[in-house]
Design a protein around this ligand. Structure first.
Ligand SMILES: Nc1ncnc2c1ncn2[C@@H]1O[C@H](COP(=O)(O)OP(=O)(O)O)[C@@H](O)[C@H]1O
Ligand SMILES: [Mg+2]
Length: 647
């Protein structure tokens, strides 16, 4: 399988960094909003760290104060005794003992008495102040989160919009060869799915990872600073979690890859068999196909089950570890509290932080898996955007006439199998020439080369005195117009399909073109004339009607050369005469190359080139070629026989 087709990549860390840097190019224009987003993210994490810390103070100093220190000045939460102030403090030198309505403050060989209701009033008030502070932090976090989500979405949406547009721009500039080897379904996936993955990455995954990392590091730092003894008994647990996450990542990535592969197989099976349903019916293969499908479906089911199992195990393990850690801390902490070497508020804060720690750990593990699959999309998008573009010549040579000169032209689609083997032909300005031959002889290929869809390897092709290799595509395609057998119409009005949304072509010109081609009657027959709406693919028009529209499309552009590639092959009888008439007008005094399958339509063309396996083998008018009794005569006799058979 070629690289851009792989479902999943085994990208190394450094490759990931490279991909990241590449993707970042697209984020750069929005760096201001992005910086705001990151700043908000960091502040949200830091703010979330505050409440347990404040609660710790509320408990240690006001709910369950242990010691006080003496001061001459009042401060937050101090109790006034005479002209002295007592401030709650860890390791202060005074202790409080309540007895009835009085509280005794004792320490440093001194004793003071305070009214209990005064002391309790102060304590409740300070706890309320802290409660309000916690509430306000919550409120700030609320707004910051709103702002953060909003800014990160803005950056993601704008970035992804840019990526999507450059993808399509890039696809538009690809040579025809690109579309031969890239099925449109895959390209659609590139522009929609992969781009959506990129969006998820920028809007959710990266910011979550960032936020979680700040939170985890912040919590660990606070825990370490708050009490080293408690922190150190948690340390083995942290190591255990790291191992679990590593294992989870390893197994989940493997399982994920398997699920993707099985799903791709399922999709491929469905796509193939739904489009080939007729064969299944006609050969009575429903039962066999159903069994085959069950097997493919079963494979997918089992791989999904594996994946679910891994996820289902991971979360409970993390949850279990969390409760284990909390229990351990309560047990060990309680011992310290009882032996008076730890304050109860600190224990409370420790437990709260451990509770907070596991959520980002869980998220982080899963987000890394998601990041991995987003990276796959980034890689695919990059592969497409990094495809080099063919350089369009910039010379300003102008095609001066409709004269075509092809000399010893060699061409292969795949650089190996020559499709055109030394073609030489000259068409004078205004001349009409027909090319005939078996299917696959290389007739359409000549048309593709004349319009610059494919470059050629050897030989030269001149149109109106300009070597087409040196002619910008725009100039070339302005002067050479191809009318194909299958007319592609886009959703929109008929007039839009004629001008192809080119503002330089006026409505008046379109109407004149219709008149000049004698097609007024045809337009009148349509419900709203040139404003009739064309449904997707032109499904509300007959083949003949579509063909007429494509002729107007060509005529209004006044090209110097018209190529008809089997354009009249499938025409219905009603429109046939109209088409023949319009065709004569379109090709009047204009260089015309008629590629025809039905030889009866070119009988009157004075010069007929007969192609066989990439070479021109015969040349002349109908009479001469028939007299010669070569390939043309053979083809002609074969066809008249078939037409005779049909009618
Ligand atoms: N896009 C393509 N990629 C590869 N091979 C192609 C492509 N188009 C045509 N061919 C091959 O080139 C040969 C000539 O095709 P074409 O010029 O379409 O024949 P004709 O129009 O005479 O029927 C055929 O063998 C065909 O299979
Ligand atoms: Mg063809």
């Amino acid at each position: 399988m070629e690289k851009s087709e792989r479902e999943e990549y085994n990208v190394s860390f450094f490759e990931n960094i490279g991909l990241f840097a590449w993707a970042f190019k697209y984020v750069k224009p929005y760096w201001k909003v992005l910086s705001v987003s990151i700043a908000l993210m960091v502040s949200i994490s830091l703010m979330s760290l505050l409440p347990p810390y404040l609660m710790k103070d509320a408990i240690n100093f006001y709910l369950h104060p242990t010691t006080y220190s003496k001061s001459l000045k009042p401060s937050f939460g101090s109790i006034k005794v005479g002209n002295l102030y007592f401030i709650p403090k860890s390791n202060g030198e005074y202790t409080l003992t309540e007895s009835g309505t009085e509280v005794l403050i004792k320490g440093s060989g001194q004793e003071y008495l305070v009214n209990a209701s005064v002391l309790n009033g102060t304590r409740i008030r300070e706890i309320s102040v802290i409660a309000v502070e916690v509430f306000m932090i919550d409120f700030l976090v609320f707004f910051a989160t709103y702002g953060q989500l909003w800014t990160s979405q803005i950056v993601a949406i704008k970035t992804v919009n840019d990526v999507r547009n450059s993808l399509f721009d890039h696809i538009l500039k690809q040579p025809m060869k690109f579309f031969d080897s890239n099925i449109s379904g895959r390209l659609v996936t590139r522009v929609t799915n992969d781009v959506q993955n990129l969006n998820d990455m920028f809007s959710k995954i990266i910011s979550s990872i960032f936020k979680d990392a700040v939170l985890i590091i912040g919590i660990l730092y606070v825990l370490l600073r708050m009490d080293f003894r408690l922190f150190s008994i948690l340390f083995p647990i942290f190591l255990f979690i790291a191992v679990i996450i590593y294992l989870f990542r390893f197994f989940s990535r493997k399982a994920y890859r398997l699920v993707r592969a099985k799903l791709a197989a399922l999709n491929a099976f469905l796509a193939e068999h739904l489009s080939g349903m007729m064969v299944t019916f006609l050969f009575n293969k429903e039962k066999e196909k159903a069994n085959e499908f069950y097997k493919v479906s079963d494979d997918y089911y089992h791989s999904s089950l594996k994946m679910v199992t891994i996820y289902a195990i991971f979360r409970p393990i993390i949850d279990f570890t969390r409760y284990f850690a909390i229990t351990l801390i309560i047990w060990f902490g309680a011992n310290l509290v009882v032996s008076k070497s730890l304050e109860i508020g600190t224990l409370f804060a420790f437990i709260s932080y451990i509770g907070m720690l596991f959520h980002p750990i869980n998220d982080m593990a899963e987000n890394f898996s998601n990041l991995q699959s987003s990276m796959t999309s980034v890689e695919r998008i990059r592969a497409l955007l990094n495809l080099s573009l063919p350089s369009d010549p910039t010379s300003n040579e102008e095609i001066s006439s409709g004269e075509i000169k092809i000399k010893d032209l060699w061409f292969a689609y795949d650089d190996e199998n020559w499709i055109l083997k030394g073609i030489s032909m000259n068409v004078k300005n205004g001349e009409k020439v027909a090319i005939v031959g078996h299917t696959g002889a290389g007739k359409s290929t000549i048309s593709s080369i004349l319009t610059g869809l494919y470059g050629y390897a050897k030989g030269s092709v001149h149109v109106g005195g300009v070597e087409i290799k040196n002619c910008p595509n725009e100039e070339l395609r302005n002067e050479i117009n191809v009318i194909l057998q299958e007319v592609m119409l886009f959703t929109g009005k008929i007039i839009d399909n004629i001008t192809l949304w080119d503002k330089r072509i006026t409505r008046k010109e379109v109407l004149k073109a219709i008149h000049d081609l004698d097609l007024d009657r045809f337009m009148l027959s349509l419900p709203k004339g040139i404003d009739t709406f064309v449904r997707e693919g032109g499904s509300n028009l007959s083949t003949g009607q579509r063909q007429l529209i494509s002729m107007i499309r060509a005529f209004v552009r006044k090209p110097k050369v018209v190529i008809m590639d089997e354009a009249t092959a499938n025409i219905d009888v009603e429109t046939e005469s109209m088409i023949q008439n319009a065709l004569e007008k379109l090709t009047e005094d204009r260089t015309t190359v008629i590629i025809a399958h039905r030889l009866s339509t070119i009988r009157n063309v004075s010069r007929i080139l007969v192609m066989n396996e990439g070479e021109i083998v015969e040349e002349g008018d109908h009479e001469k070629l028939m007299k010669k009794g070569g390939l043309y005569a053979k083809l002609y006799r074969l066809q008249s026989f078939e037409e005779y058979k049909v009618t």
